[in-house]
Design a binder for this molecule. Structure first.
Ligand code: ATP
Ligand code: MG
Ligand code: MG
Length: 353
């Protein structure tokens, strides 16, 4: 969006004093650069400064991150109530674009690891989900697609006022709805079927990722931890049942990479849910036969099986449906129902925030 970029460039003219932020320690590293915990000598506060790699492509995308965050923070969430990270400042330092953010805590993947990847209690799953949804509502209102929602990009907000809280970070891959440029987006485990298959995408892709995250918060492990895009698709089909709708498969660019057209006259025996489809997913053998060098089929590890089984009887708590208390049963039932609305193959039927 050229208007937004102009707006940002004008601000960059006012370069900040290079002595304002004193680096304390490294917080994280990503594709775009490094994030450092810094002491802000002007406000006497800790801040997180993302130092973007000094290459044109990263610079351009980071300008987009600044523009979109500014729009979200100032126009859509002026009172900081909607669980989106606050951007405090941005500046150039030795040709690196730097973005200062409010200092937040661990990301949700780190939280799950601390808990030995055994998942969180339902009350935390509920609280965090509600807060992430709140952020997603604001993003949808603003017409912004995050494009990289995953546990690593959701951080614990160590607020004094409220109890447990999270905030969505990393708008480094975000874009405006209707102005999508890239087709290779989202982290593989959280990648939506329409992105995998190369079909025009909307804010609905964030709702898919959100569903994957909610399941992971409860189970402790990713829902679709595929070793390849094909592997991710196979896991979706097994866990959810069914497959992407025929009109999506017909119009998507990459359908031929994963599916075989079997015609619409004879109902395909592979089509689940009793529905017939003109497409069936390629078998492992067919996939491997195409490319003998790269193993594309990942070894299964937990989770597998159908979604409801996964939620009811995930092994960590040694629970079976029979010895679940009534309230836990009701909670699980509600969670499965909720997840089904989110990890829905058809982006038009998928629940909006
Ligand atoms: P990715 O590879 O996911 O695109 P990235 O290069 O875009 O990463 P971020 O996701 O913005 O970078 O930040 C990388 C990591 O740094 C985060 O996962 C988080 O652990 C840490 N981090 C980022 N922002 C903050 C913050 N405001 N407070 C504390 N830690 C942060
Ligand atoms: Mg990130
Ligand atoms: Mg990023």
């Amino acid at each position: 969006n050229s208007d937004l970029i102009l707006y940002v460039n004008l601000e960059l003219v006012n370069k900040k004093s290079s002595r304002r932020y004193v680096v304390q320690e490294m917080l994280g590293q990503g594709t775009f650069g490094q994030v450092a915990k810094c002491w802000d000598a002007e406000t006497n506060n800790y801040v997180a400064v993302k130092v973007i790699k000094n290459q044109p492509a990263f610079y351009q995308q980071a300008i987009m991150e600044v523009s979109l965050l500014r729009l979200l923070n100032e126009k859509f969430d002026p009172d900081d109530q909607h669980h989106i990270v606050r951007m405090l400042d941005f500046f150039l330092c030795q040709n690196h674009l730097c973005i200062a953010f409010e200092m937040l805590g661990n990301n949700l993947y780190e939280l799950l690891k601390r808990n030995s990847l055994r998942g969180l209690q339902m009350k935390y799953v509920r609280t965090f989900s509600r807060q992430i949804l709140d952020a997603l509502i604001i993003m949808k209102d603003a017409g912004i697609i995050h494009c990289d929602l995953k546990p690593e990009n959701i951080l614990i907000a160590s607020t004094v006022k409220t109890a447990a809280g999270v905030k969505v970070i990393d708008f480094g891959s975000a874009c405006m709805e209707g102005k999508t440029i890239y087709s290779y987006i989202q982290s593989r485990y959280y990648r939506s079927p329409e992105v995998l298959l190369g079909y025009p995408y909307t804010t609905a892709i964030d709702m898919w990722s959100f569903g994957c995250i909610v399941a992971e918060l409860y189970i402790g492990l990713p829902l679709f931890p595929g070793a390849s895009e094909y592997d991710v698709l196979c896991r979706m089909i097994e866990i959810i049942g069914g497959q992407p709708p025929d009109d999506l498969l017909r119009d998507a660019k990459n359908t031929g990479k994963f599916f075989k057209h079997v015609g619409s006259i004879f109902p395909s025996s592979e089509a689940r849910n009793g529905a017939s489809s003109a497409y069936r997913i390629l078998s492992e053998g067919e996939i491997e036969a195409r490319d003998s060098k790269k193993p594309k089929v990942g070894r299964w590890y937990f989770p597998r099986g159908r979604l409801d089984r996964l939620i009811y009887t995930y092994p960590w708590k040694n629970l079976s449906e029979e010895n679940l208390a009534e309230t836990e049963k009701a909670d699980c039932l509600a969670l499965v129902d909720f997840l089904r609305g989110l990890v829905e193959f058809d982006p038009n039927k998928r629940w909006s925030p």
